[in-house]
Design a binder for this molecule. Structure first.
Ligand code: SF4
Length: 489
């Protein structure tokens, strides 16, 4: 999973597009913490800065003065193809015979080997080992005169999940794959204050030369940059943003929608909207459904912080039990912070979560979380709560069990790592050490969403993949890091 943002800011300060893209990206930090980057164009030249690390560290104020131009894209990465190395950070950049382009990609392609066989010169030409690098090379090579035309020729050959922001010399272009696995929204920026009275009209929403536009993975980041949500980029659609012009829509494929339901259950921010639904409300209703499906006698309901909170609130409301915060989460312990070794864990070292003993001691707890992947985190949480004096721990999950790997941009690619794929529910309960365990059903998820099943991808829960997937799941993530002969197979 990754976060992408694009901005077109006519009439702004020279570094305003880069600043807005960086701020928009900052609201998407939860979507990827491995690397961050921004690419800008001044109309003639593209400039790019990227590095490994969190957004605030990589894109600090010292970088902005050199990122001049009124169009920009930004990306933060969570790797699903290729290792966490500098070369694999995005945006990617390539100067082709006809165009220079930079790309930020959220999602994962499923026909990377096939596409590699179409690249003249093969893998030796790729400086990085991501599917995005390969796509960038194919687009830069494409002899069509225009980037949009190149996209129309290349995209029909590309399979899998891709929500893209693309930068060429003059435009920011948004693209969503025909299933729309990953979200992408279009927003309208307010005009810069210094432009008022300088020949621009006063209205915020006038589609004139002063109007700025942006693209983002989530609506929450539109709020952060002061932009107004306009609409979703449609599955199978290309949206072209250019200074001084209204957005242009080009359809390159029929839509066959299958938005990742996990975006709504867990990944996206609770203050974002998808499919017209606020995600906090959706998750709260999932908690209500969970209480109906898996009631149990207890003293209080608590979330696994922070993501379990809305569902725990809904569970508490529906069950009539009090809601308490039974654990404190250290929000500053990112993925790159020191991870305790097995030995340190045995000594009781916990970096992120600490129980509130005054809340949990002597209590029968219902602990609500949004997923169990490998089971080790849930096991640790149950241990911590028991050690703090909880008399019973009932685990409730506001999603169905994850039986199948995801090939569309979430790093659960190996079936054997998924505890539900290899253990029965009774065995999982025993492994995590809970008194009882209950998962929300697919029917319960749909009732909370109040939307039809056909609109979503539920593949990791029911194994019905909207796009055929490669059988060699274990090698998929590093497909472009295999020896050249193997990767061409
Ligand atoms: Fe989302 Fe699961 Fe489908 Fe992957 S397989 S896109 S995580 S619903």
């Amino acid at each position: 999973m990754c976060g992408v943002f694009g901005a077109v800011v006519p009439g702004g300060e020279p570094t305003e597009a880069a600043a807005i893209a960086t701020l928009g990206l900052f609201a998407l930090q939860h979507r990827g913490q491995e690397s961050a980057g921004v690419a800008v164009s001044d109309g003639e030249q593209l400039m790019l800065y990227k590095d490994l690390g969190m957004i605030a560290t990589v894109l600090d104020e010292r970088r902005l003065p050199s990122l001049r131009g009124n169009i920009a894209i930004a990306h933060c990465r969570y790797s699903t193809t290729g290792s966490t190395i500098w070369e694999n950070a995005q945006p990617t950049y390539r100067q082709g015979p006809r165009r220079a382009i930079a790309i930020g990609h959220n999602g994962n392609l499923v026909n990377t080997r096939e596409l590699l066989s179409q690249l003249s010169g093969g893998r030796a030409r790729l400086p990085a080992s991501t599917d995005t690098e390969l796509l960038t090379a194919l687009l830069a090579d494409e002899p069509a005169a225009d980037t949009v035309e190149a996209l129309q020729r290349v995209l029909p050959r590309v399979r899998g999940a891709f929500s893209l922001v693309i930068l060429d010399q003059r435009r920011v272009i948004g693209v969503r794959d025909p299933h729309g696995f990953r979200p992408l929204v279009l927003g309208r920026l307010p005009r810069p204050e210094h432009a008022a009275g300088a020949g621009y009209g006063a209205g915020l929403f006038d589609d004139d030369a002063g109007t700025g536009w942006c693209l983002s993975s989530e609506t929450a980041s539109l709020d952060i940059v002061g932009a107004e949500y306009v609409r979703d980029v449609q599955p199978g659609e290309i949206v072209v943003l250019e200074a001084g012009q209204p957005p242009r829509s080009v359809r390159y494929a029929d839509a066959d929608p299958a938005l990742c339901v996990f975006e709504l259950i867990y990944f996206a921010r609770p203050d974002s909207y998808m499919e017209g639904r606020n995600l906090y409300e959706v998750r709260r209703r999932m908690g209500e459904q969970l209480a109906q499906e898996h009631a149990v006698d207890a003293d209080l309901v608590m979330p696994v912080p922070d993501t379990g909170a809305p569902a725990a609130a809904g569970y508490a409301e529906a069950s009539g039990l009090p809601y308490r915060e039974g654990m404190y989460r250290n929000r500053y312990a990112g993925r790159t912070f020191i991870q305790p070794s097995q030995g340190m864990r045995h000594r009781g070292v916990t970096v992120k979560l600490n129980p509130l003993r005054a809340v949990v001691a002597g209590k029968r707890l219902i602990v609500v979380d949004d997923s169990i992947v490998r089971g080790t985190t849930t096991k640790r949480i149950v241990e911590i709560l028991r050690k703090a004096g909880a008399t019973e721990v009932h685990v409730r999950i506001s999603a169905p069990p994850i039986y199948h790997p995801c090939f569309y941009g979430i790093d659960t690619s190996i079936e054997t790592e998924l505890i539900a794929a290899t253990h029965t529910e009774a065995e999982i309960r025993e492994f995590i050490g809970a008194d009882s365990l209950g998962y929300l059903s697919i029917r319960g998820v749909l009732a909370a969403l109040d939307l039809p099943y056909e609109q979503f991808c539920f593949a990791c829960f029911d194994g019905i993949y909207p796009e055929p997937v490669p059988y060699d799941a274990a090698s998929r993530k590093f497909v472009l890091e295999e020896p050249v002969g193997a990767a061409r197979g």
